[in-house]
Write a protein that binds this ligand. Structure first.
Ligand SMILES: Cc1ncc(COP(=O)(O)O)c(C=O)c1O
Length: 470
C-alpha cells in the first residue's frame, strides 16, 4: 500500500468512527507532516482522494473539512432491465418539445445536448476557413463531393491509428455530421418494419430515427458503468429478428458508460456470430477525462460488419457539420445513398477542418477541453452532493459531458422539467431516452458549460424542486 493510500485509510476510519465529525476541520498539512512524517505531496494526494470520494471538502483559504453530511459519494444508478419486447417508438414529440424550449439563451443549459461553444477554438477555425477558401482549387468543389476530401479522409485515418484502429482513407465517407452517418448506416442495413436493438436508456436521436424510418426497437439493459449487457443482447438476438444494433461503446449518451476493450471485442464477436451489423455511434472518444483515448469497437471488426460513425462536432468544430462513417462492407451502399440524401457535406468546411488539423494545434485544444470538462464535472458532482437528497444516485462518467441522475422516491422528471423551466433551468427528463417513456424518475444534466455561482444556485434550486416533488 502506498503512503497516501494508508493515510486515506487512516483518515477515513477516523471519520467513520466519529472521531472527526461532519463540519470538523481536517488536520492541516503542517500538522500531518509533523505527526506522521509525510511529505506535503503525499498528504495533498490523500486529501485529493478523500475530496473525490466526497468525504471531505476544501474551503478557500481555510483548509479541508469533513463534509457537512458526512456523505460518501452518491451511489451510481442501478442498471435496469427493460422487459424485452419489440416496440414502436413514440418519442419524437416529447424530444422536439424539450429541445426547442432549450434554444433560449437565458436558460441554465443543464438540459442542452451540446457543450458550451465557448470551449472551441473558433478563432483558429475561422483562420483555417479563410485560408482554405482563399486557396481553394475550384475543381475541389467537384472532386471533394462524396466520399469527401481525400486529405480529410487521410487525417481521419491518422486519428484512427491513435486509437489502435487501422482504417484506410478509402474506407471512409465524409458526412454532414455524425447524424447523417448514423442515418445512412441505418438506412443501409434495414428496411421499414425491421427491428433494431438499442440501449436502455438510449440517445433520443437514435429513437427518433428509428421512429422516422418505420422501424421497431428492442431496448437492451445498459449498465451505467460498462454499457450494454451482452447476455441481454444475446437473448434479444435469439428472440427477435434483429437487423442492426445501434449503440455507443464509449461515453454513452445519456449514461456516460464506457465498455472495456475486452467487452467491445466480445460485442463485435457476438454480433458477427448472428451476422448483425453494429452501428457504432462514437462522437465523444476525444472527451476522455482520465486515462487514454478509448478505442472503438470497430478496432475488433474483421468482418466489415461495424459501421463506425463519428464527427468533429463535439471535439473541434460544432456547427461545421463535418462527420464521417467507416462503413466496412457497406461502404458502397452508404456512398450511393448519400448521393440521394445530401450529395456531400460542404467542401469549404471539409477543407477548413483539414487546414486546422494540419496547423491549428488540435491536441493542445483537446487537452484544454478535457481539463475544462473534468473541472466542470467535479463542480457539478460536488454541488449535487451538497444539495440533493441523500438517496439521489448519480453517474461518475470518465468522459463526455453528461451526468445521469436517478431521483429519490417517485419524483416525476417531466414535472421537474416543467417546474425547472419556470425557474429558467433546463434539464433533459428521463422519458426522452426510452422508446415508450421509461426512466420517469431520471434526468440527464449537461456539465459542458463553464461553472459559475449561477450554476451552483441552479443546482440548489433543482434540488429544492426535487425535494418538493418527492
Ligand atoms: C450521442 C450522439 N450521437 C450523435 C450526435 C450527432 O452528432 P453530429 O452533431 O455530429 O451530427 C450527437 C449530437 O448531439 C450525439 O450526442
Amino acid at each position: 500500500m502506498k503512503r497516501y493510500e494508508k493515510l486515506v485509510e487512516d483518515l477515513s476510519r477516523l471519520i467513520s468512527e466519529g472521531v472527526l465529525r461532519p463540519g470538523d476541520r481536517m488536520p492541516s498539512v503542517r500538522e500531518l507532516r509533523r505527526t506522521k512524517k509525510l511529505s506535503p505531496g503525499t498528504i495533498l494526494e490523500a486529501y485529493g482522494v478523500l475530496e473525490d470520494q466526497g468525504i471531505i471538502e476544501a474551503r478557500t483559504r481555510s483548509g479541508y473539512y469533513v463534509r457537512a453530511r458526512g456523505l460518501g459519494p452518491l451511489s451510481t444508478p442501478e442498471p435496469r432491465t427493460p422487459r424485452a419486447r419489440s416496440l414502436q417508438v413514440d418519442v419524437s414529440e416529447l424530444v422536439f418539445g424539450v429541445l426547442s424550449a432549450m434554444r433560449e439563451r437565458t436558460l441554465m443549459p443543464f438540459g442542452s445536448a451540446f457543450p458550451s461553444p465557448e470551449l472551441f477554438p473558433f478563432k483558429s477555425l475561422s483562420q483555417a476557413f479563410a485560408s482554405a477558401a482563399r486557396f481553394l482549387d475550384p475543381w475541389k468543389t467537384v472532386y471533394d463531393l462524396s466520399p469527401g476530401s481525400l486529405e480529410l479522409r487521410k487525417q481521419i485515418a491518422r486519428l484512427y491509428l491513435k486509437s489502435g484502429c487501422t482504417v484506410r482513407p478509402d474506407e471512409i465517407v465524409i458526412t454532414c455530421g455524425a447524424m447523417e452517418a448514423l442515418n445512412l448506416s441505418l438506412q443501409t442495413t434495414t428496411r421499414p418494419g425491421d427491428t433494431v436493438a438499442v440501449e436502455s436508456p438510449a440517445f433520443y436521436a437514435a429513437l427518433q430515427v428509428i421512429q422516422a424510418q418505420g422501424l421497431r426497437a428492442v431496448e437492451v439493459a445498459t449498465d451505467p458503468v460498462d454499457g450494454m449487457n451482452l447476455s441481454a443482447l444475446e437473448r434479444a438476438l435469439t428472440r427477435y429478428p434483429i437487423k442492426a444494433c445501434w449503440l455507443m461503446t464509449t461515453f454513452q449518451n445519456p449514461l456516460g458508460s464506457l465498455m472495456s476493450d475486452a467487452k467491445k471485442r466480445e460485442l463485435v464477436r457476438l454480433l458477427a456470430r448472428h451476422e448483425v451489423p453494429l452501428i457504432e455511434d462514437d462522437v465523444y472518444p476525444e472527451l476522455y477525462l482520465e486515462g487514454v483515448r478509448p478505442s472503438p469497437a470497430k478496432r475488433f471488426d474483421d468482418k466489415g460488419l461495424v459501421l463506425h460513425c463519428s464527427s468533429f462536432s463535439k471535439s473541434l468544430a460544432p456547427g461545421f457539420r463535418i462527420g464521417w462513417v467507416a462503413p466496412g462492407r457497406f461502404a458502397q451502399r452508404v456512398q450511393q445513398r448519400q448521393f440521394t440524401n445530401t450529395i456531400a457535406p460542404s467542401v469549404p468546411a471539409q477543407l477548413a477542418v483539414v487546414e486546422y488539423l494540419k496547423h491549428g494545434g488540435y491536441e493542445r485544444h483537446l487537452r484544454q477541453l478535457r481539463r475544462a470538462l473534468a473541472a466542470q464535472q467535479a463542480s457539478m458532482q460536488q454541488a449535487i452532493r451538497r444539495y440533493f437528497p441523500e438517496s439521489t444516485r448519480v453517474t461518475r462518467p470518465s468522459g463526455g459531458y453528461f451526468l445521469w441522475l436517478e431521483l429519490p422516491g417517485n419524483v416525476d422528471s417531466l414535472a421537474l422539467y416543467q417546474r425547472a423551466m419556470e425557474a429558467n433551468i433546463s434539464v433533459s427528463p428521463g422519458p426522452m431516452f426510452a422508446a415508450q417513456r421509461g426512466f420517469q424518475n431520471c434526468v440527464r444534466l449537461n456539465y459542458g458549460h463553464p461553472w459559475s455561482p449561477a450554476a451552483e444556485q441552479a443546482i440548489r434550486k433543482l434540488a429544492r424542486l426535487t425535494e418538493e416533488l418527492a
